[in-house]
Ligand binder design. Structure first.
Ligand code: 2IT
Length: 445
């Protein structure tokens, strides 16, 4: 494999798709050595096939707002790779959504889903629609219009969407409702559904809980545990909520959350009431965390800044891609942070990751740390297929086991001769090998 040549070709074909190119480069750099030990991969042009999505749907989504005005957005679904199972991955509604972002997310999802050990391919969808400030009725009309265009390409064994930024249980409910009306079937087809119509217990918690199970394993690698550790979390959405809940339950102290407006530092640590308030802030639709500081004396709001400047033991980026820059990473290293577990997808820039690895700070990538979300989505698909609902203990136990397996795979392929564990390399190689072998076995298609 010639990385420079592959990247030059991709850049020429997809100019300006910076997030997508960033995600591809990271994987190529990690798998190069293993790839070159397998001439059969090269012969089948596996890597060239793997970096391009199988297909992309792009469509206009037209809907009517509460004032009666017609609104237009762009909708997408990137069906990236179905070598190991039906296309599977979330839908993102955010003003920042571009094709580059959805392609990077779909690419990452392919390897993440492979790591879960469950049979799921990779996909991602979304729209530049911004839920901020929209009424419930507007959200519903938008969701319906999005699915009206896409539904023929979905199905329980074809492509199964879920939530992501801007898409939670409410949006999944509206999308699934429209899907089943059009498709005349009730087979699941979306995950993250409500518990009364085929949803799985623990799915809302799964990304954050799974991340903390992974963090516990990383701390074990460092011969320590989570009790009494201070944790910086960014974001204040579903993922941050699950991570804060589990970290607190395990005896850690979560001292930050953040939003687009800045971050909150709360030295007393989050508790159940504060975590509930975080949900209220999210549900308000205003996308700000500032009111937290008024509500809970002793906490401080830092406008326009990120939580990484605080000295803590553990950093958990839970917001969005590239939220940890090289300068942030330097601060984290200078603060002698024990470990960084990326819970957002590609939360760290390539330069930030280089900074962690060159300073031997344990760093694990989103595709390993946050895989618990899609793993429980896979379990939701199983429950739908057998028309049963499992109890919370069963789902949580399976989630825990899956996260331990992912951690083990990262260590197997990422352990360096000096003892440092490169979880990024491990995750990328383990995910890649599984997809590569499945593609090879299925011939040139
Ligand atoms: O990034 C992700 O893994 C998700 N947004 C969840 C995907 C899913 O299908 O549950």
């Amino acid at each position: 494999m010639n990385i420079n040549e592959i990247m030059a070709n991709l850049e020429a074909k997809h100019p300006g798709e910076s997030e997508y190119l960033q995600a591809v480069r990271e994987v190529l750099l990690c798998v190069e050595e293993v790839y070159n030990q397998h001439p059969e991969y090269e012969k089948a042009k596996l890597i060239e096939r793997m970096v391009e999505p199988d297909r992309i749907f792009t469509f206009r989504v037209t809907w009517v707002d509460d004032k009666g005005e017609v609104q237009n957005n762009i909708g997408y679904r990137v069906q990236f790779n179905n070598a190991i199972g039906p296309y599977k991955g979330g839908i993102r509604f955010h003003a920042s959504v571009t094709l580059s972002i959805l392609k990077f997310l779909g690419f990452e999802q392919t390897f993440k889903n492979a790591l879960t050990t469950l049979p799921m391919g990779g996909a991602k969808g979304g729209s530049d629609f911004s839920p901020r400030g929209k009424s419930d009725a507007e959200i519903m009309r938008f969701c319906q219009a999005y699915v009206l265009e896409l539904w023929r390409n979905l199905g329980p064994d074809r492509d199964v969407p879920a939530g992501d930024i801007g898409v939670g249980a409410r949006e999944v409910g509206y999308m699934y409702g429209m899907y089943k009306k059009l498709a005349r079937e009730n087979t699941g087809t979306f995950t993250g559904k409500g518990l009364s119509f085929g949803g799985s217990k623990i799915r809302p918690e799964a990304t954050g809980f799974g991340a903390l199970y992974f963090v516990e394993s990383m701390l074990k690698d460092l011969k320590t545990d989570i009790k009494g550790k201070t944790v910086a979390i960014s974001g204040f959405g579903n993922v941050a909520w699950g991570a804060a809940t589990k970290a607190t339950e395990l005896g850690a102290k979560v001292v930050t959350i953040s939003g687009p407006d800045g971050y909150i530092y709360d030295p007393a640590g989050l508790d159940a009431e504060k975590i509930d308030y975080m949900l209220e802030l999210r549900a308000s639709g205003n996308d700000i965390v500032a009111p937290y500081a008024d509500r809970f004396p002793g906490s401080t709001f830092y406008p326009g800044r990120k939580p990484w400047e605080q000295k803590v033991d553990i950093c958990l980026p839970c917001a969005t891609q590239n939220e940890v820059s090289e300068a942030d990473a330097r601060m984290i290293v200078d603060n002698k942070v024990l470990m960084v577990a990326e819970v957002s997808n590609m939360g760290c820039t390539a330069e930030a990751i280089d900074c962690f690895i060159s300073n031997k700070v344990p760093y694990a990538p989103g595709k390993a740390v946050n895989a618990g979300g899609v793993a429980v989505s896979g379990l939701e698909m199983s429950q739908d297929a057998e028309h049963l609902q499992w109890n919370a203990e069963t789902v949580d136990a399976k989630l825990h086991e899956i996260m331990l397996n992912i951690h083990e795979a990262c260590v197997e392929y990422g352990q360096q001769p000096d003892g440092y564990i490169n979880y990024m390399k491990g995750a990328n190689i383990a995910g890649f090998m599984k997809v590569a072998d499945a593609m090879l076995a299925q011939g040139v298609i």
